[in-house]
Design a protein around this ligand. Structure first.
Ligand SMILES: [Zn+2]
Length: 251
């Protein structure tokens, strides 16, 4: 049974220690968090005016990448009772109108649902010069990162807990000086706080005659949310996805 310990959390990131598990399980959580948890993103854009220097396609692509706060309660279009007709339960209408000279930001979008907001309001969409104009209507829907990167909920990664061992030619003094989290104990050399471990520390150890091994049963797991959902929401939805998959599996 996997043991999970919360190491750190804030509004954009969560760090966990997964113990007594396998690389496959850690990877399954990573994949579910990044590719299976649905978030809102703009999917269709209808232009009525665009005399900017940017083509419709590029502008639509930029709009698709605007990170949108995703409130609870939206349905995936494929699972909505409206049968793909894009009702208010599975889609959000957005209007954007601007006339140059002006810089158009994500915060200038008029979003029908007040709970859906641009996470980074200062994201620049386009710069309009004198006499340039845009007028468009967009539709945001829920989607999964597996289909398109614009629907990625965040970035998840993990590292097997490191352990170090000194070889015969090790320069222990150099390592103790330059890697503050390594200390000498009666058992040899130990990493005091593995959560502070970085690849740079690993390199210093290796260059000075230490062997660095990463555990294949204990992992430091990090999830950074892009802001559509909280990292806690993403983690619990990822676990639900895995549970659902396990239930549906025909053994
Ligand atoms: Zn619907």
């Amino acid at each position: 049974m996997v043991a999970i310990k919360l190491l750190e959390q804030n509004e954009s990131e969560i760090k966990l220690m997964l113990d007594k598990t396998t690389p496959e399980f850690a990877n399954e959580i990573r994949r579910a968090a990044m590719f299976e948890v649905p978030v809102l993103a703009i999917d269709d854009v209808y232009f009525t005016k665009n005399s900017s220097a940017i083509y419709d396609e590029i502008l639509a692509h930029r709009l698709g990448l605007v990170v949108l706060k995703t409130p609870k309660g939206y349905n995936l279009t494929s699972e909505c009772t409206c049968n793909g007709k894009l009702c208010a339960k599975c889609s959000v209408k957005i209007v954007l109108k601007a006339k140059g000279p002006v810089t158009v930001y994500a915060k200038d979008m008029k979003i029908k649902d007040p709970d859906v907001k641009a996470v980074h309001p200062e994201t620049v969409i386009v710069k309009l010069l004198e006499n340039q104009e845009i007028e468009l209507e967009a539709v945001a829907i829920l989607g999964r990162g597996a289909e398109h990167a614009k629907w990625n909920a965040g970035h998840a990664y993990y590292l097997g807990t490191p352990e170090i061992e000194a070889t015969k030619n090790a320069d222990a003094k150099a390592v103790l000086e330059r890697v503050p989290i390594v200390e000498k104990s009666s058992k040899g050399f130990e990493i005091k706080d593995v959560t502070q471990w970085t690849e740079a520390y690993g390199e210093i150890c290796q260059k000075n005659g230490f062997v660095v091994k990463n555990s294949d049963s204990q992992f430091m797991f990090t999830l950074e949310s892009w802001g559509s959902k909280s990292p806690q929401e993403i983690m619990s939805e990822a676990v639900e996805v895995i549970e659902q998959k396990a239930k549906n599996a025909k053994l």
